[in-house]
Design a protein around this ligand. Structure first.
Ligand SMILES: Cc1ncc(COP(=O)(O)O)c(C=O)c1O
Length: 372
């Protein structure tokens, strides 16, 4: 059975490894294995001694124990290690949904959050983040209308990719209350949680704030380790967890042993990794807002509130045509909003990479040269 094209990943697959000036990545600056091990107080020979046998399907008990320390209500038993964060989205949709089940998805969304829900249930309502005068916003009265007694699942993602929207603590509580009023499951993608610009903004994990909630996170964004392909779900409901682990036997069986080993190292070094990512974003954000101010004829800048990405209005007939031509002619990579099912008038920028300022300067040279 066909599924919609995974537009974001198709776009990156086409350009990511041949474009020297990437300005739209959602991950944060990475490090190599040696540096990670040094940060964690370990050596390369520790990794060398690792056995490459199968790992435990639910994940190594010590790793699950370390992960559970990040949540108030979750224990090691509630954690399910994944072979990739992406796998978690597939497994949740397969486990929770039957054809016809009603799902509400926060949009624009990372493709799989929307496309897999549509593929499995065929009955999705979109709750759209809206452009406001000075930032992005959510209309909670709309969510009140969308969630009904028939709603099986509400899919959220905060901090939000691609807008960088983050609700206030009060709004978040209201969203959870609305989602749960009718007994719907809540699936909160927290891949960017930890990248708040001010630590007081950080929302509680949904798993600590609401019953019938399931959380996805991983090490790709905040920790800057996307090549580890390490992520996990937090599922406190035993029946759902067991059903999901059964689905997982059909996808990966268990997480790769080297990823588990290095994930453990990443948790030891997590404060250092996360504050490094936040500092890179802080500096890039200053450069980005000055750049978009200078080029306000071409762009409409709505600053993100958290995370590593921002969605910027583009004053061009087609963002898709613009981004493809830019990539092919200059090697500068911006992601068109058409890849996120959000019209054709926006681009996503990614603020987590160390070469962002250099690449933005290169883009500015190109813009200046095209004016002549
Ligand atoms: C919101 C969101 N969820 C999940 C993922 C998947 O993460 P990974 O690529 O590490 O599997 C991404 C990746 O961009 C994402 O933005």
């Amino acid at each position: 059975m066909q599924i919609k094209s995974f537009a974001i990943e198709q776009f990156f697959a086409r350009y990511e490894f041949s474009s020297p000036y990437i300005l739209c990545a959602s991950d944060c600056e990475t490090i190599n294995v040696e540096t990670l091990l040094r940060m964690a107080g370990q050596s390369l020979s520790d990794l060398g001694a690792l056995s490459l046998s199968y790992t435990e399907s639910q994940g190594h008990p010590a790793l699950r124990q370390a992960i559970s320390q990040g949540y108030q209500l979750a224990t090691a038993d509630d954690i399910v290690l994944l072979a990739t964060p992406e796998e978690g989205i597939y497994l949740i949709m397969r486990t929770l949904l039957e054809p016809g089940d009603h799902v509400v998805v926060l949009t624009p969304a990372y493709d799989s959050l929307l496309n897999l829900a549509e593929h499995v249930s065929g009955n999705v309502s979109q709750w759209q983040v809206q452009p406001g005068d000075s930032g992005w916003q959510l209309d909670l009265s709309q969510l009140e209308k969308l969630v009904t007694a028939d709603t099986k699942l509400v899919v959220l993602n905060f901090p939000h990719n691609p807008t960088g929207f983050l609700p206030s603590q009060e709004q978040f509580q209201q969203i959870l209350t609305i989602a749960q009023k009718h007994g719907a499951w809540l699936f909160c993608d927290e891949m960017y949680r930890g990248l708040e610009f001010d630590s007081r903004q950080q929302l509680p994990s949904a798993v600590d704030a609401a019953d019938r909630s399931i959380v996805l996170t991983g090490l790709s964004k905040v920790h800057g380790l996307p090549g580890l392909r390490s992520g996990w779900l937090v599922i406190r409901d035993e029946q759902v967890r067991n059903e999901l682990i059964n689905w997982k036997h059909y996808t990966s069986i268990c997480a790769p042993a080297p990823s588990e080993f290095l994930a453990m190292a990443a948790l030891r070094a997590q404060d250092q990794l996360a504050s490094r990512s936040r500092e890179i974003i802080r500096q890039n954000l200053i450069a980005a807002s000055q750049f978009f101010d200078r080029w306000s004829r071409l762009f409409e800048w709505r600053p993100p509130q958290a995370g590593s990405v921002a969605l910027v209005g583009l004053n061009q007939p087609s963002a898709t045509a613009y981004c493809h031509a830019l990539a092919q002619e200059t090697g500068i990579l911006l992601l068109p909003s058409s890849c996120m099912g959000y019209g054709d008038k926006h681009i996503r920028v990614g603020l987590g990479r160390a070469d962002f300022v250099r690449n933005l300067a290169h883009y500015e040279e190109h813009l200046l040269a095209s004016q002549k």
